[in-house]
Design a protein around this ligand. Structure first.
Ligand code: FES
Length: 234
């Protein structure tokens, strides 16, 4: 319990589990890609980073609210960080945004538009991986995964299945079923929760994908492609 000064405004908190929740309670729209109140905190994307009165920056989703804190949520430094984070995520991301099944409903695309990321200065060095069409319910596209871990946590923590997990380290890190099996060869129960929590097109509902590609074969394809502004990449 206490009071925090957020962007010059006093905000009271009681038992909120992290600073991000207090900031949102104050009506401030702070971007996130890896935070969900229903899941454990992962702190991977760093988009929720805030700055304190001593110029220190830290992820608000992983910070406990403390009485007397003074924080800023939208300084020039933070805007620059957020834009760079999005650009770096797009750098190692599949570049087919305009024809992606999630175009218009993709958090990464929405944030790129919001932060004015209109081009990406870095090359995509990641090897293209095959899509996994083995499941009757979802399609996995590892080339669109941003390693937020939402699918891993919802599958493990909420569903108790554990069909997906992280593999490898550093720039080789990936999310996949154990031993790189197809999703149909795991204990996946086809609940679709991973698709709901996925912020990009890395996991999509199978029938949606088929419907979109059928539409793309149609002359009205331009209607589909115009749903959201395209992210132009190098
Ligand atoms: Fe805080 Fe991703 S939302 S690090």
């Amino acid at each position: 319990m206490g009071t925090i000064t957020i962007d010059g405004r006093k905000v009271e908190f009681t038992d909120e589990k992290n600073l991000l929740t207090v900031i949102r309670k104050a009506g401030i729209d702070i971007p996130t890609l890896c935070y969900h109140s229903e899941l454990s905190t992962f702190g991977a994307c760093r988009l929720c980073t805030v700055e304190d009165d001593r110029g220190r920056t830290f992820a608000s989703c992983s910070e406990e609210p403390r009485d007397g804190m003074v924080i800023y949520t939208n300084t020039g430094k933070l805007k620059k960080y957020r834009k760079l984070i999005i650009e770096l995520l797009l750098a190692s991301h599949c570049r087919d945004c305009t024809t992606c099944v999630k175009s218009g409903d993709c958090n990464l695309q929405t944030l790129a538009h919001r932060f004015g990321v209109t081009s990406v200065r870095y090359s995509n060095y990641r090897e293209q991986k095959p899509l996994d069409f083995s499941s009757p319910s979802i399609v996995r596209d590892p080339n669109k995964c941003i390693l937020c871990g939402n699918c891993v946590r919802v599958c493990n923590e909420l569903q108790g299945v554990g069909a997906l997990d992280f593999a490898f380290r550093g720039s080789e890190a990936m999310v996949m079923p154990a031993f790189d099996k197809e999703i149909a060869a795991t204990d996946c129960v086809n609940c679709g929760q991973c698709q709901i929590f996925c912020p990009t097109g890395a996991i999509s509902i199978r029938h949606n994908r088929e419907a979109v590609w059928e539409a793309l074969a149609d002359p009205d394809v331009r209607v589909v492609a115009q749903v959201a502004p395209a992210v132009r990449v190098a």
